[in-house]
Design a protein around this ligand. Structure first.
Ligand SMILES: NC(=O)CCC(=O)C(=O)O
Length: 263
């Protein structure tokens, strides 16, 4: 199976959800004028940015605003939507949450960021998720994680062990750590022999300059597509049969020694 994917590498207005909804709509309109795609992915916290101090006021109650927009996008483009993440107000807490809609406009999965980044004070304003982000799209097993999660190979590995062939990463990754971003994504693809489709944002917010370079890496570790550091739609084609091919060439999964990994 082949999938055409598009990453909306957008700028995000700090603490301005309505303005950011309009930015998503503008990019989706632009995407709709080009060749059709099977999946589109947005960046992390595309609705609020890292305006953590105002989350009580601007976070999306039960994600209602995001659900409505992402469903609309899935139906308009007739494609899967890995909906970046949003600041989701739920049960008196705020979570950093991804909603994924399938091409029929049905909710396919929800994932709340498990590893909150203390460096950016996320832990002081948000609650951490507890569940994995696994779901099916076109009968293919895929996973989604959020930004800092890629520094935790053991978390990504669990998703690969449970069958994920594609890892979607939604991010707000800032300078000066562009090298970390690229190398961690390539490493996750090589060690798990899976596609990694990673959408970052550009622009400035809360004292950070975000580095773009949205990336698609194939299961052999080759970069298939890479954004620049400007607002753009980055497109790529995935050939999912390559996952099985690479997994049968180097038998990493069979050669594991999990009984030794508990000392
Ligand atoms: N939004 C994030 O999780 C940023 C992660 C990051 O900058 C890093 O891990 O470095």
């Amino acid at each position: 199976m082949k999938w055409k994917v598009a990453m909306l590498q957008m700028d995000i207005a700090f603490g301005q959800p309505e303005q950011n909804v309009e930015s998503v709509r503008r990019l989706v309109d632009q995407l709709a004028r080009g060749e059709s795609v099977d999946a589109v992915i947005l960046p992390e916290l595309w609705d609020t940015g890292y305006d953590l101090g105002r989350l009580g006021e601007i976070a999306d109650p039960e994600g209602r605003r995001a659900h409505s927009l992402l469903k609309e996008v899935a139906q308009k483009l007739n494609c899967h939507v890995i909906g970046g993440s949003i600041a989701e107000k739920r049960a008196g807490q705020v979570y950093n949450t991804t909603y994924t809609y399938d091409r029929h406009g049905q909710l396919a999965g929800t994932y709340s960021k498990v590893h909150l980044i203390r460096l950016m004070k996320e832990d002081q304003f948000m609650a951490a998720g507890e569940q994995p982000g696994m779901f099916q799209l076109d009968d293919q097993c895929v996973a989604s994680v959020i930004c800092y999660d890629i520094r935790f190979p053991e978390w990504v590995r669990l998703h690969a062990l449970r069958g994920a062939k594609v890892l979607f990463v939604t991010a707000q990754w800032p300078h000066p750590r562009l090298d970390h971003w690229r190398q961690l994504l390539i490493a996750r693809a090589i060690e798990n022999q899976m596609y990694v489709v990673a959408c970052n944002r550009v622009g400035e917010g809360g004292g950070n300059m975000f580095c773009g370079h949205s990336l698609v890496v194939n299961p052999w570790g080759e970069i298939v597509a890479e954004g620049m550091q400007q607002e753009e739609i980055v497109r790529a084609e995935l050939d999912l049969s390559l996952v099985d091919e690479v997994r049968s060439r180097i038998l990493v999964y069979d050669d594991r020694r999990p009984n030794l990994y508990t000392f």
